[in-house]
Ligand binder design. Structure first.
Ligand code: KG4
Ligand code: ZN
Length: 335
């Protein structure tokens, strides 16, 4: 079954042509235009999606040698994310689905991040504990199946990626600064600086990252070496995320642990998770590097996970965009 999947929730315009969970072609364009603004400017983001998405989708179809009318179903991120950005991808994809008289699936972006692990060479077994750490979210989920996903806890304020970006900005690095801060950390000594983490108890599946900014600012004012500070920040956040994930994995007798979202590209987090879960049970699933951050393959795999269990599932053409998700049960398909 051929699905054309589109992602435009923030500052990445992406499309993928999928045959079930298998990628036939995929392309994405990251909006570097925001770098000088120190954050994503919503209107610039929407207008860039409007400019580039049709070209990206066309290029994906051409690369796969598939005509738009041969696509069996269309999927796009419906939320959470920036409303204007979401509306562009959602409208384009719904229009394509309507023109071809094919089903449309609106996909929850958070579930899509987790679904990057759907249909891979190794199968995720359930129950699974999922750590989703991105620029907008930091949550721990209990996955009973691909379609039954419950939130165990999230962040009370900033997301982990947001904390990375803000600290990176204070150090004069680019935006988004998570990957740059991670690289700088490799040159420093994580034990040279002590950072106290809020909500440190591994048994508490909640996070708070907003206070770290002040701690980092004070250390920078004291002249602390940027490399050591980056190393300490990297390993403290990674250690906390891994410890909380490990606690929930034990508490729920998890058979798998999955990590997803932009921060799951972080080298210290990947090392901490590999150390916490040396295998074989629970089995650890880390996303391939380019698939940790926003992409359309995860939207396509989320659609595949829905269609494999309910082949007639669809959202309907009136599916709307939503900026926030505050639920406790994560539904992959938005109806
Ligand atoms: O999943 P994502 O692409 O977008 C959201 O859904 O938010 O995540 C982007 C976030 C940014 O905050 C970025 O700085 C962070 O992921 N990130 C990293 C790394 N690579 C990307 N944070 C820490 N270490 C990295 N290597
Ligand atoms: Zn994301």
């Amino acid at each position: 079954m051929l699905v054309l999947a589109v992602e435009s929730s923030c500052d990445d315009s992406a499309a993928a042509l999928m045959d079930g969970p298998v990628v036939l072609a995929e392309r994405s364009r990251s909006q570097e235009e925001h770098a000088g603004h120190g954050g994503v400017v919503p209107e610039i983001a929407s207008r860039l999606h409007l400019d580039v998405l049709p070209g990206i989708a066309t290029a994906v179809l051409e690369e796969a040698g598939v005509d738009l009318h041969e696509v069996d179903a269309f999927a796009a991120t419906a939320g959470p994310g920036l409303a204007g950005s979401l509306l562009v991808g959602l409208s384009w994809t719904k229009a394509a689905a309507m023109a071809c008289r094919k089903p449309f699936l609106g996909i929850n972006h958070l579930a899509a991040h987790l679904c990057i692990h759907y249909g891979g060479e190794r199968a995720v077994s359930f129950p699974a504990i999922a750590l989703l750490a991105s620029g907008g979210h930091t949550c721990i989920f209990l996955m009973r199946s691909w379609t039954r996903i419950e939130m165990l806890g999230g962040t009370r304020d900033d997301a982990a990626g947001e904390a990375f970006d803000k600290v990176a900005k204070m150090m004069g690095l680019g935006f988004p600064g998570g990957a740059e801060l991670d690289a700088l950390a490799a040159q420093g000594d994580p034990d040279a600086v002590r950072l106290t983490m809020p909500l440190p108890d591994p048994a508490t599946p909640e996070f708070s990252f907003s206070g770290l900014k002040t701690a980092v600012r004070l250390l920078l004012e004291k002249g602390t070496d940027h490399r050591d500070l980056a190393a300490s920040f990297n390993s403290s956040v990674a250690g906390l995320l891994a410890a909380k994930t490990a606690f929930q994995a034990r508490a729920h007798c998890a058979r798998s642990v999955v990590a997803a979202g932009g921060v799951s590209a972080n080298s210290a987090l990947r090392r901490a998770l590999e150390k916490a879960f040396p295998g074989p049970r629970p089995e650890l699933f880390l996303p391939d590097m380019p698939m940790a951050t926003d992409n359309a393959v995860m939207v396509g795999r989320a659609a595949a996970s829905v269609l494999d269990s309910a082949p007639l599932a669809q959202s309907g053409y009136s599916c709307n965009a939503f900026a926030r998700w505050d639920g406790e049960v994560l539904e992959t398909l938005v109806v």
